[in-house]
Design a protein around this ligand. Sequence first.
Ligand code: GDP
Ligand code: FO1
Ligand code: CA
Length: 316
Amino acid sequence: MRIVVLTGGIGGARFLLGVRAHARAIGAEVTAVVNVGDDVRMHGLQICPDLDSVMYTLGGAADPERGWGRVGETWVVKEELAKYGVEPSWFGLGDKDTATHLVRTTMLNAGYPLSAVTAALCERWQPGITMLPATDDRLETHVVVDLDGERKAIHFQEWWVRYRGEVPTHNFVFRGADAAKPGAGVLDAIASADIVLVAPSNPVVSIAPVLAVPALKEAVANGPAPVVGVSPIIGGSPVRGMADKCLNTLGVEVSAAGVGRMYGPRADGGLLDGWLVDTTDDGVQIPGLRTRAVPLWMSDEQTTAKMVADALELVR
Ligand code: GDP
Ligand code: FO1
Ligand code: CA
């Protein structure tokens, strides 16, 4: 059996721990198609937060409290950069993490596509799944905001890390998406998948930028595999992170039903065949979607693996 997962960073990474565990139990292969919209160049280095969250989490090296970067991190480079007074001072690169960005940027500068760079980095971390960037082309999420009396688009990282999303926000745009092609291996993985899972990732800034790659969206929408989503919203709350801010900006209700309707049924031009919601949200019904309520708190790997089994069961 082949399982493809569309995913962002930490929510998706935790979900993938469960996917990997369940896949091992049933002898399945897993491919993650990972968001690159958060990617940014800082101090001349290419940073890929969602790819790194997935890689470090599955490699057992992620910091569980911070939710990004490496466990046991030190910050000497950050402190030294601050002493030079260089910007952006609001974005911190850990020392261990910086080694990853150095390797990545050197390979990108030498002409390797991000997919090949990711595979090379994964030789060290052995995530146990295939990790594919959604695209090898440049695609960045920018946020349309009002700042200093002006309407402008800033990078997603500036919106989130510098302003904590606390600025009047109007829209999210995926720069480069229209011209972006699916990353190496992505179309093959989707075409040969037995099921496509949409991780409980941020629908607006993790899943939407993946699907903003036109041929990727097309492949999922018209592909042979059923598509099952897992709600990132439990009882009206995003558990952690910024999904509530993002959904509010788009006028989408912050609920399992709101996100399910936003994704929509595949039969109706949407994304999904099935939609898993938490037991708190039992009773949610979306016309055209097979919906089931099961526990969706990813408290440990076993619980998460059970969610994955339930997702597979929904379309069997
Ligand atoms: P990011 O890219 O690092 O922000 O991570 P993702 O986009 O992959 O996931 C973030 C989302 O995961 C959050 O907005 C939450 O809604 C969701 N999330 C986090 N923990 C849980 C959980 O235990 N269960 C569910 N269902 N969703 C969760
Ligand atoms: N998040 C922060 O809140 N502050 C930071 O300084 C910061 C630096 C950073 C560096 C590398 C990296 O991979 C992620 C980093 N993040 C930081 C997390 C990141 O901004 C977001 O949480 C994700 O992009 C959302 O998926
Ligand atoms: Ca992200």
